[in-house]
Design a protein around this ligand. Structure first.
Ligand code: FBP
Length: 250
């Protein structure tokens, strides 16, 4: 069954603000402003975003029962970067039912394809996918090739493989890295098939490069971006959000 993406898209396009880095990277990503979830929620609720990605703790304490208009996307798994396991595993820490109780319009899950722990993640994802479908909400798969079997996670061929795995596993939206050139990225999009593609942000880059990349991925058929640091680490987050939104909905 094709799930409806209307709640987390506008005219079929998407701009998601990611704010789960506190778990994944620790406070190193934050400054005096962005350490405060309220400040980032204010950015998320500016009208430029079609979704806000949170882990359950921040969803419960800062989003639930408040009057935010931005749709909530709860990330169901996550891990710290303190464990230096070459083959990463990101355990499920929130259920679909719990995410729904915080008001989630969609859920997200990271799969490290190529990791020795890939089977655990694909199995967890399969269950989540089924529960989300029953609840009628979309599932976004962070498709990240990583581990000892992946010599280069930026290799366009492995990124295309990751996109295809997302389609095969039933993801409604696939969050993936840009390959670095339009031709190989077009192949990624074609491998994702009917699953939609949003491009991840990464560490903060200069604005011009980031905006150019946004145009390229949109031209090749992505539906938008899921980005964190390139927005809330920018000294003028709303200004850059506006520019990105103008490209996405041009
Ligand atoms: P950014 O735009 O800040 O890179 O956020 C995207 C994201 O996928 C987050 O959802 C997540 O916390 C982070 O990147 C994980 O990054 P990595 O695993 O590459 O360190």
């Amino acid at each position: 069954m094709q799930v409806n993406l209307d709640k987390i898209t506008k005219n079929g396009k998407a701009l998601f603000l990611a704010y789960d880095q506190g778990l994944e990277h620790g406070p190193t990503d934050f400054n005096e402003e962005s350490v405060n979830p309220l400040k980032v929620l204010e950015i998320a609720d500016s009208g430029f975003f079609t979704g806000l990605i949170l882990q359950k703790g921040i969803a419960e304490k800062y989003f639930f029962n408040k009057n935010y208009q931005v749709p909530l996307i709860v990330k169901l798994n996550g891990k710290t970067n303190l464990i230096k396991d070459e083959d990463p595993y990101s355990p499920q820490i929130c259920s679909v039912a719990e995410a729904l109780s915080y008001g989630a319009a969609a859920v997200g899950y990271t799969i490290y394809i190529g990791s020795e722990h890939e089977p655990k993640m694909t199995a967890e994802f399969g269950k989540i996918e089924q529960e989300a479908e029953e609840a009628g909400i979309p599932v976004i798969a962070w498709m990240y090739p990583r581990g000892r079997n992946i010599p280069d996670e930026k290799d366009p061929k492995i990124i295309a493989y990751a996109a295809r795995v997302g389609l095969e596993l039933g993801a409604d939206i696939i969050k993936i890295r840009y390959t670095g050139d339009p031709v190989s990225f077009n192949w990624v999009i074609r491998n994702a098939g009917e699953a939609k593609v949003v491009v991840m942000g990464g560490s903060k880059e200069d604005e011009k490069t980031f905006l150019e990349r946004t145009s390229i991925v949109m031209d090749q058929g992505a539906i938008g971006l899921a980005v964190g640091r390139n927005i809330w680490q920018n000294p003028q987050p709303l200004k850059i959000a506006k520019k990105i939104a103008e490209i996405i909905w041009n």
